[in-house]
Design a binder for this molecule. Sequence first.
Ligand SMILES: Nc1ncnc2c1ncn2[C@@H]1O[C@H](COP(=O)(O)OP(=O)(O)OP(=O)(O)O)[C@@H](O)[C@H]1O
Length: 613
Amino acid sequence: MIQSDKGADPPDKKDMKLSTATNPQNGLSQILRLVLQELSLFYGRDVNGVCLLYDLLHSPWLQALLKIYDCLQEFKEKKLVPATPHAQVLSYEVVELLRETPTSPEIQELRQMLQAPHFKALLSAHDTIAQKDFEPLLPPLPDNIPESEEAMRIVCLVKNQQPLGATIKRHEMTGDILVARIIHGGLAERSGLLYAGDKLVEVNGVSVEGLDPEQVIHILAMSRGTIMFKVVPVSDPPVNSQQMVYVRAMTEYWPQEDPDIPCMDAGLPFQKGDILQIVDQNDALWWQARKISDPATCAGLVPSNHLLKRKQREFWWSQPYQPHTCLKSTLYEETFESDKEEFVGYGQKFFIAGFRRSMRLCRRKSHLSPLHASVCCTGSCYSAVGAPYEEVVRYQRRPSDKYRLIVLMGPSGVGVNELRRQLIEFNPSHFQSAVPHTTRTKKSYEMNGREYHYVSKETFENLIYSHRMLEYGEYKGHLYGTSVDAVQTVLVEGKICVMDLEPQDIQGVRTHELKPYVIFIKPSNMRCMKQSRKNAKVITDYYVDMKFKDEDLQEMENLAQRMETQFGQFFDHVIVNDSLHDACAQLLSAIQKAQEEPQWVPATWISSDTESQ
Ligand SMILES: Nc1ncnc2c1ncn2[C@@H]1O[C@H](COP(=O)(O)OP(=O)(O)OP(=O)(O)O)[C@@H](O)[C@H]1O
C-alpha cells in the first residue's frame, strides 16, 4: 500500500508543498482563467485577433488538456512513501501512550490487545505487503544478442469456425514461407498482427523451415483453438490507401474452375450483374472483393480487370467460330402479305404510338441485314472480349432531372407489349412511348409525328450512321426505328418514356443522356404459363388470333434463358410475367424505384454528367 505523506508536514508548509497545479496562485488553469478575464474586457471591442484568441483559450479541449496537466503535476509532487515506518510508529506510539496513561481495566485490555502476537503479526504482514512492488518483473535482456538476429513477433489467434483469412506462399529464392496476402475482414486482418510479407518461422511450436506451404496449411487445419505463429515481421508492412471502387460484373467467375487462382478457397464466385466492392487492388493480378449483397463476409480473391480480360480472350479464341450471336426467335419466320390492321393499339380507348404490330418482328428479322451488321457489330453487340468489370456508382435522380428511360425486354410473346400498353393506359399523362420513324409513305388517315415520323431512306440511314437510332429494322422493304430524339421529346415533356428493345440493341441506349433502367420480362415455368396463357393470342404477321402452343411456350422459355445468360449483366430488374395483374403492379413499383431511389449506374454516366454542367 502506498499513500501520500501528508501527516509529516507542518500545517504552514502544506500549502507550499501543494502542486503548482492546485495552488490558485500558480496553477496553469488559474493563469489561463486570469488571461481569459483580461481578454473578456477587450472582447466586445474591435481589437484585432482578440476574439480568435479568446475562443481558442476558451475551447473545451484546451481546458480539458490543462486539467489533465494539473492533475499530473499534483500527482508528481505528492510524496508517496511506503506505509511501513508509519505503521511501525503508530504501533510504537500507541503502546507508549498506553504505558503513560493511568491504568484502567479497559486500557489494560487494549494494551494487551495491541501487544498480542496476532496484532503484531497483522502489522508485520501489512508492512511486508506494502513493501512489495507489484509491477510485472521483466527478465533482464541478454547481453549477448547477436546483431544479425531478426526481431520476432509472437502472434496468437483464436481460431473459430471462420478461416484465418490469410494466404501463404514460398519465396522462390530463399524457400521461406511468407504470408502472401491478408484477406480483408478476415480473422488475421482484424487482429492487426499479421501482414503480407511476414516470414513464418513456427506454427504452434513447429518450425516451418523446409516445409511446403501445403504442409503448413495442414498444420493449421489440424489446429484447434489458439494458434501461435512465430513470425519475422516484414520491414515495411503494406498500407492499403486505395479508394473503394464498386464494379458491376459483366461476366461470371467460378474460382473452383480456375486452375490459376493462388488459393481456391479464398476465391469469390460471382455472376453477371453482381455488384462487387473492390477492397484491394495492390496485386496486379488478383484483387480482393466483396459482394454488396453480402457485406458482412470477409473479402475473396477475384481476377483483376487485366487478368479477367486475358482469360476471356483465351476462352473466346478456344471456342468454335460462330458467325453471329444475336438472339432470334424461330416463332415467326414466314411473311404474310396481308393488309390487316397494322397497329395493335387500334380499336382501343385512344391511340398509342409505337405499337405497330410488326415493330418487334422487323427488328428481329433485320439483325442479319448488311446495314445492321455494319453499324451494330462494330461496337454495340456485347463481345466476348468486352470489359469484364464496369465501374459503377450510386445514382439518385434529382427531382429536377429528366426521368430515366425505361426499357422493357423479353422473349417474343412473353408480354412486353401488353405490359407497356397497360402501363401507358394506366396513366397516359405520365408514361409514353416514343414516336417511331419510317421510310414508308404516309397513309391517308395518318398524321406525321403521331403514328410515325415519315422520312426518306437517306435521312433514315444518316440517322443510323450517326448513331441517332436506338433500334431499327427493315420490314417489307421499309425501314422502321426509334431515334434518340424521339425518346428525348418524351423525356423533355417531363414524362417517363417506356420502350421495348431487342437485347442486342442495349449497348446503344446505355448513355449518360438516357440513363436507361432495363427491366427483363421473364416467362414463368411451363405449367404456370399453360394456365395463364390459356386464352392469350400470339401476335404475328401471318396468323390472326393464334393460340400459344406448347412449343411456343417452350421456345419462349429457352429464349429467355439465352437472353439472361448472354445479357443478364445489363438487367436492372427482372419481372416474372405470370399473373398479368401482379406483373403490372411490379412494373409500376420498379419504375417508381428506378426514378426515386438510388441505383447503381455506370460511373461514366455520372462523370460525363458533371462535365456537362
Ligand atoms: N401475364 C399474362 N397472362 C395472360 N396473357 C398474357 C400475359 N401477358 C401477355 N399476355 C398475352 O400474350 C400475348 C402476347 O403478348 P405481347 O404481345 O405483349 O407479347 P410480346 O412480348 O410483346 O411479344 P411480341 O413482341 O412478339 O408480340 C397477348 O395476347 C397478351 O395479351
